[in-house]
Design a protein around this ligand. Sequence first.
Ligand code: GTP
Ligand code: MG
Length: 276
Amino acid sequence: MSSVLQPAGTDQDDNDPSTSGKYRPVSSHLAIAPPVSVVIPAMNEAENLPYVFKTLPDWIHEVVLVDGNSTDNTVQVARDLWPGVKVVEQRGKGKGDALISGFQACTGDIIVMVDADGSADGNEIVSYVSALVSGADFAKGSRFANGGGTDDMTFIRKLGNRVLCAIVNRKFGARYTDLCYGYNAFWRHCLDKIELDCTGFEVETLMNIRVVKAGLKVQEIPSHEYLRIHGTSNLRAVRDGLRVLKVILKERSNRRALRRRGNRSPLLETVRERVS
Ligand SMILES: Nc1nc2c(ncn2[C@@H]2O[C@H](COP(=O)(O)OP(=O)(O)OP(=O)(O)O)[C@@H](O)[C@H]2O)c(=O)[nH]1
Ligand SMILES: [Mg+2]
């Protein structure tokens, strides 16, 4: 049998450090080598964490929980449920700020972002990871792709998401079916290309715009969003919708400015000036 046809994770040369023990089966037909980190932003989610951790696959390399100064026992519950959990105490405020801190603390090659309200099913992580190991840079969850769904969006939020998504598609040449969704995964190297710099719920929109601007390969993954189990949403449709719109307009004007400069980045300009 050719080595190419051998199933990953079996019959490998145990003396070869580049392969031995590296592949882990993640489903009945897939084994992967890259370590997967899961980042969970959590603010007062102690009651929901048991549902979140229950569905996380055991092949995950690490779980990073970013605690937004919770006043309940979110951190203790996380430690009890997942003894190796890495807890990051958030210094700033907002979901965007939490995710940026969480991404920095990750050591995996693949990073998955999962909400802590019980709305995301950890069993879907394998679909995201499959897309990434098959060639995508960014696996973007979508509740409105074929096979996805949501139990947790009001009519107004669906409408807002749809309109904002249409604007992003038109202005940035994307073909997204969902825009403001917190369940996504990507290779760590994407972070260098998208340089996140926002604090609130607009973070997902900013990521979705920047990956398309950076020319990264994006694949949508159908995902089902369940109802938040306990507690109330931290999102406020109008306030956060406006923040999303502001981000879209800002990214659009940055793009225009870049075009006016002939698509030259400031760094490239400096190098050119020095050379000439
Ligand atoms: N660390 C941290 N986590 C936050 C912050 N704001 C929101 N989160 C978390 O981000 C995730 C998403 O927030 P939600 O309030 O569920 O917002 P949403 O999913 O858009 O709204 P729902 O659909 O109503 O649940 C949850 O796990 C929150 O606990 C924050 O400021 N800091
Ligand atoms: Mg939620």
